[in-house]
Write a protein that binds this ligand. Structure first.
Ligand code: GDP
Length: 425
């Protein structure tokens, strides 16, 4: 049985926590896209962790964690993350890295920084992890697949030389920066090869057999539907497809095997980076929600920068859930809203004087204004509650209102950051 856990919104919905909870019953957890540009925060018996690249099943000894071919794989971050788990007493996880995954090269990070500098006020708000230059090179066929590191040295040197012709021309001509030597890049690749050799595998073949044997497999998405390259708020999107369907490509699993798509929806909105955000709020109202949000405030797990805040946007969320092909919603961070006596939610957009309920493409989205409806708050702490019936009435009304507007069942409710703060309906 293959299940996907993905985001409906701009990311940071709490996918890491839901994956960590569900990994208890899984054999395999797979990251299939993105890289170390976002963090999944997990709070469990080992402490609080922000995983950037490792799958969220790394805390369980019975789970095989796979970094799929669709991932932007940073060797440096991988080594760092594995080390930090070890330092904090987590037993060494079982990790396999696809030999078809590609490597984030040192120059990808540089190019990300230089390009944001060049764009200045028009920048994307990149986390500067090299993700956009990485995916651009992948589709331009000048990326490095991991198996190439294990090819004969001559072929690899030839490829490095061919790629550097282009890279150095851009460094010099566009960014006015120092160029790179073939030796420097080749040596770095050899260093990478040594570091990852014990983990590299033909994960396609491994997964083919695992699916045949009926193993429980989780696909773990990064970011959310509104950051998807195709369906998100282009161009203020990430450089990979964040939708469950891409799990089939980024891991190598037949699409029809993905039987359940659990889409994580946060009970309010937050976003990082630039781009359209119709239900955004500002000033003290936003500061308070940011301070109280998540587990210790809404600040980027990779960059530490304050996230933009907003009310639950049901237009965007309904769209995000449809794009994902959601079968069940996991509604998270609901406990945070307990301080409000009234909770605004965005139920529609006003676009050129008309009400719209469908999420428009970016050029129209720029002109959209939120139509808000105000629901009564519950004014108490709901952490520790284990049964749906025991939630305050106004809290259940909030959940049921969202469910009706989105049109997909909310089967899981998260009322706190820990593994135990979970209610199944
Ligand atoms: P992800 O990238 O989707 O995994 O989300 P993040 O980890 O960036 O952000 C979610 C934040 O909310 C983290 O700090 C989590 O510990 C926290 N979190 C997840 N679920 C809940 C919840 O139900 N309540 C609270 N208060 N925090 C939660």
């Amino acid at each position: 049985m293959v299940k996907a856990i993905v985001g409906a919104n701009w990311g940071d919905e709490g996918k890491g926590k839901i994956t960590d909870v569900m990994a208890a019953q899984s054999d395999i957890v797979i990251r299939f896209q993105g890289g170390s540009n976002a963090g999944h925060t997990i709070v469990n018996n080992y402490g609080k962790f922000a995983l950037h690249q490792l799958p969220s099943g790394v805390f369980y000894d019975h789970v095989t964690n796979i970094i799929g071919n669709g991932v932007a794989f940073s060797v440096e971050n991988f080594v760092k993350e594995m080390k930090s788990l070890q330092e904090r007493g987590v037993p060494k996880p079982h990790v396999l890295i696809s030999d078809r995954a590609q490597i984030v090269m040192p120059y990808h990070v540089q190019f990300d920084v230089y390009e944001e500098e060049r764009l200045s006020s028009r920048q994307f708000g990149s986390t500067k992890s090299g993700i956009a230059p990485f995916y651009a090179d992948k589709v331009s066929k000048i990326g490095f697949q991991i198996n190439e590191l294990f090819d004969d040295e001559e072929s690899l040197r030839d490829k490095v030389s061919h790629v550097l012709e282009l890279k150095n021309a851009t460094l010099k001509g566009l960014y006015c920066k120092d160029t790179m030597s073939e030796k420097e890049i080749f040596d770095k690749l050899m260093e990478y090869k040594e570091q990852i050799a014990p983990y590299v595998a033909d994960t396609f073949d491994y997964l083919y057999h695992a699916v045949k044997q009926g193993k429980n497999i989780l696909l773990e998405g990064q970011l959310g539907a509104l950051k998807d390259t195709d369906f998100g708020i282009y161009p203020m999107v990430t450089s990979s497809n964040t939708i469950a369907g891409y799990g089939a490509v980024g891991a190598g699993i037949p699409p029809y095997e993905i039987k359940e798509i659990i889409t994580v929806v946060k009970a309010y909105s937050s976003a990082v980076g630039a781009g359209e955000f119709v239900s955004e709020i500002f000033g003290e109202e936003a500061d308070e929600l940011r301070r109280r949000g998540g587990d210790g405030g809404e600040y980027g797990a990779t960059t530490g920068r304050p996230r933009r805040m907003g009310w639950l946007d049901l237009v965007a969320t309904r769209y995000g859930c449809r794009v994902q092909g959601t079968t069940t919603i996991a509604f998270t961070v609901l406990d945070v809203l307990g301080y409000l006596s009234e909770i605004p939610v965005c139920v529609g957009y006003e676009l050129d004087g008309k009400r719209v309920d469908a999420f428009p493409s970016t050029t129209k989205l720029k002109r959209a204004k939120p139509i808000l409806e105000v629901l009564p708050g519950w004014k108490c702490d709901i952490r520790g509650i284990k049964r749906y019936e025991d939630l305050p009435e106004n809290c259940r009304r909030y959940i049921e209102f969202a469910e009706k507007e989105i049109g997909i069942p909310i089967g899981i409710i998260s009322n706190g950051p820990s593994r135990d703060d979970i209610i199944y309906r």
